[in-house]
Design a binder for this molecule. Structure first.
Ligand SMILES: [Zn+2]
Length: 475
C-alpha cells in the first residue's frame, strides 16, 4: 500500500464517518449510556459524580460529530467569493483539510480555496464564515474560553482548569497566545464602542428615554502592578544611571446611576448596573474610556454628576477636565485617615486619648459641616508649641483647607449619596487579586489586553466580543 493510497483511504474513511447520520451515533450513545446506568446502579462505591463524568465522556463523540457535520456543511455552502472585497475567487480548488479544536474535541473539515485578484491573496471563505480565521486552530467557543479563563486566572492554571472541566486541551503557551489575540481584538472593539458613545462615529448611540431625574456617581482610583517590560535590560539601564521601573499604575474608574443603588434581600448594598474601566494607558486613557463609559451609562441625561475619590491630585484634574460640571467629594474614609494623623501627632501612643479624640471628630465631620472641623484643627494648631507635631498638624490643616469644598458629607448623606469611594476600591481589590498574584509579571501590551477583556466581562458586554454567547444569563 503506497502513501497516496493510504491518504485516499483515510479521506474516504473520514468522509464515511462524517456522513454517518447523527441519529445512528445518538442511538449508539443511548445504548451505551443505558449500560452505564446499569453498571452505576450496582456500583456501591460510585455516586452521581461518577455518572456525570461517564455521561460527559460518552456524549462527547456525538457532540463532536454534530459540530463537525455542521461545520462541514456550512463550509460546503459558503460561496467562493473573497470575504474581504466580495470579488469572485479564481484558481479554485476544494477539500483543503484543516483540523480545529472545538469544545467537544478535534474536528476536521475540508474547505475550498481560491485566489482573490483584487486583494492578491489566497482565501478560504469558509474559515471566515465559521469564525475560524486568524486562529491557530480553535473554534470560536474555545477562543472565548481561552479569553475568559486567561482574564480570570494565571495561564498556567487556566490550561489545567480548562482541560479538567471541559476536556478541551489547550497548552499553556497556546492558551496565552489565543487569549492575547482576543484581548487585542477587544481593544479594537472598545475603541469603536468608545467612539460611538462619544458621538465621534457615524453611528452614535441613541440615548435612553429618561423617566425620573437621576444623579450619576463617578469614582476613580489607581493601583500598581508589576511588569517585565524592562527585563533583561537591568544592567544597561543601571549603567545609564537609571533604575528599572517595574511597578506601573493601573487607572480604574466606575460610574453608576444613584437610582441603581439598592440592597439585596439580606441587606447587603448592591449596584444593579455599573460601568467599569481599567487601563494601563495612563490618566489620558482613563479619562477618555471613563467618559465614554459614563456616556453609555447615561451621563448625558443625568440631572447631576458627583465625582468621588481619595486625595490624589490627578483625580480632581481629570474631573475638572472631563466632568466639568460635576460636584467633587473627597472619600470620607481618607479624610478620617488624615484626622487620625492629627490624632497621632497630638496623643502619640496613648490609644485611649487618641480614640477619645478621633471618634467624635470623625462623627462631627460626617454629621456636621466640615468647616467646623477645620476651625477646630486650626485652634489646635494655634495652641501647639512649634515642633514636629505642629508641622504635622499644619500639613493636615492645609490638606483640609484644600479639600474643604469636597467634604459635604452631611448634605451628601441627606441626599442618599455615597460619601466614600468604596465601590471602586472593592473593584480594585478584586482586580488586584487577579493581577497581583505572587510571582506574576505583566507586559504593558499584554496586561492592557487582559484588563480590556476583564472590563468587557464586568460591564456585561462580553457578547460584543463573542456574539454566540449573547444569552445574558451566561454572562
Ligand atoms: Zn478580495
Amino acid at each position: 500500500m503506497n502513501a497516496t493510497y493510504s491518504l485516499i483511504e483515510k479521506r474516504v474513511r473520514h468522509r464515511s464517518e462524517a456522513s454517518e447520520s447523527l441519529a445512528v451515533t445518538a442511538a449508539r450513545l443511548a445504548d451505551s449510556l443505558e449500560k452505564d446506568v446499569c453498571d452505576f446502579l450496582v456500583a456501591s462505591d460510585q455516586n452521581l459524580g461518577d455518572m456525570e463524568v461517564q455521561i460527559e465522556r460518552q456524549s462527547r463523540e456525538l457532540l463532536r460529530a454534530a459540530a463537525e457535520k455542521a461545520a462541514q456543511k456550512k463550509a460546503d455552502l459558503t460561496p467562493p467569493v473573497c470575504p474581504v472585497c466580495q470579488q469572485p475567487l479564481s484558481r479554485r480548488t476544494s477539500d483543503h483539510r484543516r483540523s480545529f479544536e472545538c469544545k467537544f474535541g478535534t474536528i476536521t473539515i475540508g474547505r475550498g480555496r481560491g485566489y482573490c485578484k483584487r486583494c492578491r491573496k489566497w482565501r478560504f471563505p469558509a474559515d471566515i464564515a465559521l469564525g475560524l480565521a486568524e486562529t491557530a486552530g480553535y473554534s470560536p467557543r474555545v477562543q472565548e474560553m481561552a479569553a475568559l479563563l486567561a482574564s480570570k486566572m494565571p495561564v498556567s492554571e487556566a490550561s489545567a482548569v480548562l482541560e479538567h472541566l471541559t476536556g478541551v486541551k489547550l497548552p499553556r503557551a497556546t492558551l496565552d497566545r489565543e487569549a492575547r489575540r482576543q484581548g487585542e481584538r477587544a481593544r479594537e472593539v472598545r475603541r469603536q464602542e468608545d467612539e460611538r458613545a462619544s458621538g465621534a462615529s457615524p453611528k452614535p448611540v441613541q440615548p435612553e428615554l429618561v423617566l425620573e431625574p437621576y444623579q450619576m456617581i463617578i469614582q476613580m482610583d489607581a493601583w500598581n502592578i508589576r511588569e517585565r517590560d524592562d527585563w533583561g535590560k537591568t544592567r544597561a539601564l543601571r549603567q545609564g544611571g537609571q533604575e528599572p521601573e517595574r511597578w506601573h499604575w493601573v487607572y480604574t474608574g466606575t460610574c453608576f446611576r444613584l437610582d441603581h443603588r439598592g440592597k439585596t434581600a439580606g441587606g447587603r448594598p448592591i449596584i444593579s448596573e455599573r460601568g467599569f474601566v481599567a487601563t494601563r494607558q495612563g490618566i489620558d486613557g482613563l479619562r477618555e474610556q471613563l467618559h465614554a463609559e459614563a456616556l453609555r451609562r447615561g451621563l448625558g441625561q443625568a440631572a447631576g454628576v458627583l465625582v468621588i475619590g481619595d486625595g490624589a491630585v490627578w483625580i480632581w484634574r481629570l474631573a475638572d477636565d472631563r466632568f466639568k460640571d460635576a460636584r467633587q467629594r473627597l472619600d470620607y474614609y481618607h479624610a478620617v485617615q488624615h484626622l487620625a494623623v492629627v490624632g497621632r501627632a497630638l496623643f502619640g501612643e496613648d490609644k485611649a486619648k487618641f480614640q477619645g479624640w478621633l471618634r467624635p471628630s470623625a462623627r462631627q465631620l460626617k454629621n456636621q459641616s466640615a468647616i467646623k472641623v477645620v476651625h477646630q484643627l486650626e485652634e489646635i494648631l494655634v495652641a501647639l508649641p512649634a515642633g514636629a507635631s505642629a508641622e504635622t498638624v499644619q500639613k493636615e490643616v492645609n490638606y483640609f483647607h484644600e479639600h474643604q469644598d469636597r467634604m459635604d458629607y452631611r448634605a451628601g448623606r441627606r441626599r442618599g449619596e455615597p460619601i466614600g469611594s468604596g465601590a471602586i476600591e472593592s473593584t480594585c481589590r478584586q482586580a488586584q487579586c487577579r493581577f497581583k498574584r505572587p510571582g506574576q509579571y505583566w507586559s504593558r501590551q499584554g496586561d492592557e489586553s487582559l484588563l480590556c477583556l476583564e472590563t468587557f466581562w464586568r460591564n456585561r458586554r462580553w457578547h460584543l466580543l463573542f456574539p454566540h454567547s449573547a444569552d445574558p444569563s451566561k454572562n
